[in-house]
Ligand binder design. Structure first.
Ligand SMILES: [Zn+2]
Length: 230
């Protein structure tokens, strides 16, 4: 696999999303708060893909956000109506129309999404009181996860990309936003997984030689390859 990285989407060139993705405009702003472990995932990082698909989105990596300048500015901005996507008791269910445009009083809806496994996301919330104080939103009746590779630890868990897709469907149903390209995110998500499955199958083939071993073999055959040139 080529190790040349695309500077724009920060992915290996073979897995590059540029040219495939049309960043979609939305009325809502999405802020993806990514756990540092999730950030290291290059191949199956759905938070980054979500960010790439949404024109009005921001992505920040960290575990604690109370001191994070950009996040705090978004929360404090009087033009914004910040909420946290986090299911549970007390969360407004967007699928049931529990949040209406009139509630915003002309402000822009800003949805914060925590990107990581539940084990990573819970402490992110515990460490960030400013996020705990945000009103919570959720959706219900979502399609089951289409994740075929990374098993979700709890039933009903969705990847960040799927959660955003469901959220957009719910926002559109309640008249809060327009979801103009609903197929894009899921198609790229499925394509990304299919590519990953193909790579793993190739790696399992008996004649497969890992790249570093290929280099070793090449070095043995051609000693000049072993020499470093400064
Ligand atoms: Zn790219």
């Amino acid at each position: 696999m080529s190790r040349v990285m695309c500077y724009k989407c920060n992915r290996p060139q073979q897995l590059c999303w540029c040219g495939k993705v049309v960043p979609m405009a939305t009325r809502t702003k999405f802020v993806i708060l990514m756990h540092p472990y999730e950030h290291r995932q290059i191949k199956l990082n759905t938070g980054r893909l979500t960010h790439f698909c949404l024109a009005d989105s921001e992505l920040y990596v960290g575990e604690r956000f109370d001191e994070h300048v950009a996040v705090q500015a978004l929360i404090a901005d009087p033009q914004n109506y910040p909420v946290l996507l986090y299911p549970g008791e007390g969360a407004w269910d967007l699928s049931k129309g529990e949040l209406r445009a009139g509630d915003f009083e002309g402000r822009r809806l800003v949805v914060f999404l925590l990107d990581g496994t539940w084990r990573q996301v819970r402490p992110m919330l515990r460490f960030s009181e400013s996020l705990q104080r945000l009103p919570r939103v959720m959706f219900s009746g979502a399609a089951p996860s289409r994740y075929v590779i990374k098993r979700q630890p709890e039933a009903g868990c969705l990847s960040t990309l799927e959660a955003t897709h469901e959220l957009l469907l719910a926002l559109e149903r309640s008249g809060l936003d327009e979801y103009t390209i609903p197929e894009q995110m899921l198609e790229i998500f499925m394509e990304m997984q299919a590519f990953q499955v193909r790579c793993e199958e190739e790696n399992r083939r008996p004649d497969f030689v890992p790249r570093k071993d290929q280099e070793k073999v090449a070095g043995r055959l051609n000693p000049s390859k072993r020499r470093r040139v400064f």
